[in-house]
Design a protein around this ligand. Structure first.
Ligand code: GLA
Length: 707
């Protein structure tokens, strides 16, 4: 009980937490080169007139009982009683970068355990566990993690989206009241990615104080940024509970999902770089030193039209292009000829595959590739043998009609027999076949999710985690991808259980530039599936050159989403070229520091990676639309070693650049593009290098090698 103020620190971030009599985060910001606990006295607040006579702290649980009139961190009751707990710290333990606090309210019969840690990367992790220690259920309406941010956080950035258009950033001024986003769709969702970024006015990629917060949870959630009437502000993140869904019996504990928070004094790049480092060091499970293989996924190539002979031909053609992992998408199981039937019937379609899957898998492996397969275990089509046998296995409330989505319903994983059935079928698939990789899909939202008449969205998400965890334990060598109609289930909760995400069903390179950039704020390139799609994009009907598609897919985990067998020679040559370029650079892309560059013209999007030792760097410049200005400003290349010299090479470019005189918008290339030269890192970072005038929907790639 002697400690009253705890400091957690990393090279870039400090967190100062008052622990007694109640816990309060006093400071979360840039690393302090010097600090002593008595310094916090300077922050003791005055009491304003016309208000309560006491100071109202924003405590860890943001209890209204302290005189806080904003959004509380806890709401609930015991049949109407014990509804306004106020916690007092009873125990506090610090180990290096982590702090565990135990607090209680003996009047309300509740105990709280708080775990707070600051990793070397600068990422702050917080979660709370609430225990009911008295007889009679305590109904939990809300249980949130609350995190104060500095008053200069005057803007909030969040992401909106929809199917085929995920991770679109938008900003609002944070001056009064709250900004709230909620997902009630039973997944992290395309629409409301569970994250908020608060920042100082005009914060950008390179500048400003930013405070990012992400909730690692794949179900319903609520994220809030609240401004108190006294000007203080805080972020709040929670799993969202439907009415009556969450109650704690005596002795039971409810944990919030982890909140992952990253502050940077150097703009959004600093925030993202800390998240990426944290994930690489502590979360992403991937066989060490194994490069991420080039994929070919069959979906947009053949859809439901499976013929083993043709698929084997596709595999041969894919291998010849440099593909390293071949994935059979939807359409392989019994009766699955379109998207109207068969989900739930996880048996091989022997009409399509009379000799079983083995010959196909063997053929893929004989080409030197790994083999992957698609599943969507949580779903059931009304037109399926499973539904005909078990209509009662649907996740629903009795006596209400249940809307279908993509002609399908959701299986209630809370029914033990349904859970066991899926576990058995998935174990058959992974146990009886030589499968390296599973694309796990989830193509509809939860509507009135019910189990035994009660709301069960939270329970369904937990059962999904349990099913995936059980399969991971049984088949530790199998890699999983999380897909939900593209990017409907992307978050750190599922990332602790999978290896890769499918960010979007939209492979249009122009749209992908925006989607992948949005995703990069919280995820490093190696977990971002990025496939070269057909020249005529299936989602938008736009057409893009192979160069634009190839360079867009480079800054992720590259693959092809097409049929190589019916592609023309020019296209095939392009696939081969970009697969090889990816292999050449993937180690740098998947381990280096990622940068997004601020450009004055929003139609120009620049991103890159610099290797950890700063010996190599790779930057792409994508021209998304017709530029505003006739010349682009010089590209100031971030992250290099100032005292080093770099050989600068144009690695890839649309053909138009080679015509020199008489191109559409450019008569003469910048001088550096016509050869290789060495330039000082300091000069490249401060003065930069001229860029060519690019046509809309084209890109170039520049490489830097330290000499
Ligand atoms: C979803 C996925 C696609 C594909 C189809 C198959 O839409 O996002 O990539 O797997 O399902 O039905």
């Amino acid at each position: 009980m002697e400690t009253t103020c705890v400091r957690l620190q990393s090279a870039t971030v400090d967190v100062i937490i008052k622990t007694h009599p109640f816990a309060e985060i006093l400071y979360w910001g840039a690393h302090l080169s010097d600090f002593s606990p008595q310094d916090v006295a300077t922050l003791e607040r005055p009491v304003a007139n016309g208000k309560l006579d006491v100071d109202a702290p924003v405590t860890l649980m943001a209890e209204p009982g302290h005189g806080l009139f904003g959004s509380p961190g806890i709401e609930g009751h015991r049949s109407g009683l014990d509804g306004s707990p106020v916690f007092t710290t009873v125990h506090c333990e610090q180990h290096d970068g982590s702090l565990t606090l135990l607090s209680e309210d003996t009047r309300a019969g509740l105990r709280l355990q708080s775990e707070i840690s600051l990793d070397a990367s600068g990422v702050l992790k917080i979660r709370h566990g609430l225990t009911n220690v008295r007889a009679g259920a305590w109904q939990v309406d809300r249980l949130a993690v609350t995190l104060p941010v500095a008053e200069r956080a005057q803007e909030v950035m969040a992401f909106h989206g929809r199917w085929t258009r995920e991770f679109q950033p938008h900003r609002v001024a944070l001056t009064h009241d709250s900004f709230v986003l909620e997902s009630r769709r039973g997944r992290s969702s395309h629409e409301h990615f569970p994250a908020l970024i608060a920042g100082s006015t005009g914060f950008s990629e390179m500048q400003g104080d930013v405070w990012g917060a992400h909730l690692g949870w794949s179900g319903n959630h609520r994220m809030r940024c609240e401004v108190k009437t006294d000007g203080r502000r805080y972020m709040q993140a929670e799993a969202l509970y439907l009415p009556g869904e969450m109650a704690l019996g005596e002795g039971e504990t409810l944990w919030t999902p982890w909140l992952y928070a990253s502050h940077s004094a150097n703009g959004l790049n600093g925030m993202s770089q800390q998240y990426h480092r944290f994930l690489r060091e502590l979360v992403i499970r991937f066989p060490e030193n194994k490069p991420r293989p080039v994929h070919l996924n069959t979906w947009e190539g053949i859809y439901f039209n499976h013929s083993p002979a043709y698929i084997m031909q596709m595999a041969e053609d894919a291998a010849a292009l440099g593909v390293e992992r071949f994935i059979i998408d939807d359409g392989w199981f019994k009766g699955r000829n379109d998207d109207r039937a068969a989900l739930g019937d996880w048996y091989l379609d022997t009409q399509k595959y009379p000799d079983g899957l083995k010959p196909v898998i063997d053929h893929v492996k004989n080409q030197g590739m790994e083999f992957g397969i698609w599943v969507e275990p949580e779903m059931i089509n009304p037109n399926s043998d499973l539904y005909r046998a078990h209509p009662e296995w649907v996740l629903a409330l009795p006596d209400y009609p249940q809307a279908t989505g993509r002609h399908q319903l959701v299986l209630n994983l809370n029914i033990p027999a349904a859970f066991d059935y899926l576990l058995e079928r998935m174990s058959w698939l992974l146990g009886e076949h030589d499968i390296d990789y599973v694309k796990w899909d989830m193509n509809r939202e939860l509507v009135q999710p019910g189990h035994n008449g009660k709301a069960a969205a939270d329970a369904q998400t937990r059962q999904y985690y349990r099913l995936l965890d059980t399969l991971r334990t049984r088949f530790p060598d199998v890699e999983f991808e999380s897909c939900a109609s593209g990017g409907g289930r992307i978050d750190y909760g599922v990332l602790t259980r999978c290896h890769r995400f499918w960010p979007s069903d939209n492979n249009d390179a122009l749209e992908r530039n925006a989607i992948q950039r949005g995703m990069s704020y919280f995820f490093p390139p190696e977990v971002m599936g990025a496939h070269i799609g057909n020249r005529h994009c299936h989602a938008t009907f736009r057409q893009h050159s192979i160069a634009f598609r190839g360079l867009t897919a480079l800054f992720g985990h590259m693959g092809l989403e097409l049929d190589p067998t019916n592609a023309d020679a020019g296209e095939r040559e392009g696939y081969r070229h970009y697969a090889a370029l990816y292999k050449q650079w993937r180690e740098v892309i998947h381990s280096g520091t990622q940068w997004r560059v601020d450009m004055p013209d929003a139609t120009t999007q620049v991103q890159g990676v610099v290797s950890q030792d700063k010996r190599q760097a790779l930057f792409s410049v994508s021209q998304l639309a017709m530029p505003d200005y006739s010349l682009m400003p010089p590209l100031r290349v971030p992250g290099l070693e100032a005292s080093a010299r770099y050989r600068t090479t144009l690695l890839d470019h649309p053909n138009i650049q080679l015509t020199g005189e008489g191109g559409h918008t450019m008569r003469k290339l910048p001088a550096w593009m016509t050869g290789t030269q060495t330039v000082s890192g300091a000069w490249l970072m401060q003065a930069g290098m001229s860029l060519p005038v690019l046509d809309p929907e084209s890109a170039i790639l520049i490489g830097f090698e330290r000499v």
